[in-house]
Design a protein around this ligand. Sequence first.
Ligand code: PRP
Ligand code: URA
Length: 246
Amino acid sequence: VNTLLCQAPQNINKDYLKFFTEHEMNDLRKRYPQLTILQNNQTQLIFSKIRNKDTPTAEFRHHADRIMRLLIETALNEQEIQVIKRETPCSHYDSSELKNPTEFVAVTIMRAGNSFLHELLRIMPDIDVGQILLQRDETTKEKKPILYYTKLPKRIQGRKVLLFDPMIATGGSVIKGIEELIKVGVKEQDITFVNLIGCEKGIKKVLDLYPKIKIITGSVDPLLLEDSKYIAPGLGDFGDRYFGTN
Ligand code: PRP
Ligand code: URA
C-alpha cells in the first residue's frame, strides 16, 4: 500500500511550500504507473503564470489554455495507434493514426472541466461531448460534491472516455464522475482522466479506488489544506479564475 510522500501538513510552513523534487516526482511515477506527470521547463513557466494570484483573467485563460492543450495532446499520446499506408505528394509512407478515432468520447466535469473544450474541439472537432455537473458543497468541512446533472452520449458503452477536470483536491468530484461513467457501462480501463493540478492525497484516493484508469496531470502538488480543502500551493479556485467569477 502506498503511503503519502507529503505526510504531515501540520508540520509544514504553509507560508512557503516547496514543490516535490524531481527525485520525489520520479518516486510518484514509480508508485503510480497509471499516472503521467507532464513536467518540463516549458510547463513550469506556464504554471508559474497561472499560480500567481495577481495574474488577471485574460492572461490566466491564455496560459491555462496553453497547458490544457499540452495535456490533451499528452492524453492522445497514451492511446493505441495503428500504421496505415498513405501517400505524401512524393511517395508512400507509414501513417500513424489513432486506432479508433470515432470511439473517443469527451466528458467534462462542469463547471471548470468545460474550460478544456476550447482546445479539445480544435484538436478533435468531431468528438462527442458529455457533461456531468458537480459542485463541491462548500458549506461543509468535507467538501463533498453534489451531482446536479448528467448528459452523456447515448452510445457510450465500450468507448474510450477522456474525462476532464482541472483540479483533484479531495478527489470527491472525479470519483463521482467516474461512478457516473461506470453506471452507464464505461469500463474503468477505458477512462483517461485529464487534469491540470492534483494533490497527492486526492490522486492516491482516486487510484486506490480505480487502479485501472489513467491520469494525465500537469502537476502533483504536495498539500490539501485541512479546512478549505484547497490544493497548496495550487492556484486557488480554477473555475472562478478561468471564468472570471472571483
Ligand atoms: C472544483 C474543481 C473540481 C473540484 C475538485 O470544482 O473543478 O471539480 O473542485 O475538488 P475535489 O477533488 O475536492 O472534489 P467546484 O466544485 O469548485 O466547482 P466549479 O467547477 O464551479 O469551480
Ligand atoms: N477546486 C479548485 O478549483 N481549487 C482547489 O484548490 C480545490 C478545488
